[in-house]
Each structure stands twice: as C-alpha cells, then as structure tokens.
Design a protein around this ligand. Sequence first.
Ligand code: SAM
Length: 171
Amino acid sequence: MGNTNKESWNKHASRFYQEDYLSLDAESESFDLVICMSAIGYADDFDKVCAEVNRVLKPNGRFVFNTTHPVIACVGATELWPEDNADPNYSYVGPMQWKWHEEDDFVFTTYRMKVNDYVNTLVKNQLYVKRMEELFPISPLPDDCDFDENEIAVRTRFPSILVIEAIKISG
Ligand SMILES: C[S@@+](CC[C@H](N)C(=O)[O-])C[C@H]1O[C@@H](n2cnc3c(N)ncnc32)[C@H](O)[C@@H]1O
C-alpha cells in the first residue's frame, strides 16, 4: 500500500505486493502482514480498506499502519495550518483539503477520523488492536528539520503520528 520502494522490500520479504488498498488484487488469506505507511488518510472508506485487509490476511496476520494523529489534525487547524480552513473540532469526521506548500496550485484531500473510529472500524472487521503508539518528534531534532519554534512547541504538546498494529482474529 502506498509507493514504498518495492525492490528494497523484496530483499526482506518472500513476496511483496503494492496495491490499491480499496481493492486488493490478492488471494484471500494469503498474507502474514499488511503494511500501510502514511497513506491510509487518503482512503475515503476506511471500513472498506479494513474489509480488504481482513480478506487477504491469514488468521493471526497483522495489519500495521500509521497516519496523521487525529489530535494534531484538529489542533493544527488553528495552531499550524489556519490557511487550510480545516475544522478545528476533534469531533469532525470527513474530508479535509490542504496544500503541501502555501503557493501550490493543487490541493490534497485526506479524511479525518477520531481515534475511536479507527479502533472500532478495525474491530468491526475482526482486526483487534495489539499495540498503539502516539509519536512525538525525536529529541534532539535532526539538523534538516524545518519546523519553526511554534511548530516544535505544538508538536511537543500533541502527538503527530498514530501507529496501530492490529491482529486478525476470526470467529
Ligand atoms: C504521503 S505518501 C506516503 C508514501 C510512502 N508510503 C512513504 O511512507 O513514504 C501517500 C501515499 O498514499 C498513496 N495512496 C493514495 N491512495 C492510495 C490507495 N487507494 N491505495 C494505495 N495507496 C494509496 C499514494 O500513492 C502516496 O504514495
């Protein structure tokens, strides 16, 4: 899922597939692991993604993904990226449009959900949360980090990235 480098993954995995997560072209119960790095936020139907992941995973298979933390998506609306006019309420669920750079003439559309929406949708699809991490910036920040003081302060107070590992348990 996403455009992770296929060649480098194939060094470590016996079989690697990169696919549209809304419609995985793989046999049922054929994978031990599905990984989705920084791409799930583009899905307009997380329930459908989870149903597909459930279908292709073997019993006890794992689904690991990360996404923008719903808290920073909400706080960022007022504290970091007010120009995107995103909904500042944590309760907001739905699409948001944003620019990578203010001067860009195109927008991205990603979909906001709350943490409980992720967990409950996974569980609805028999994907049970095994571990969840809420990531903050590393310290010290790398030299090439381009956060200004305000962004460092906000990202120190609120988690930036949500990481979930879920396990498929049938029956
Ligand atoms: C922020 S990039 C992350 C790329 C890479 N996974 C990484 O971690 O560097 C978001 C990625 O989501 C992918 N994406 C968007 N919609 C997708 C879909 N329906 N199925 C699979 N990947 C999708 C895009 O192709 C894009 O590469």
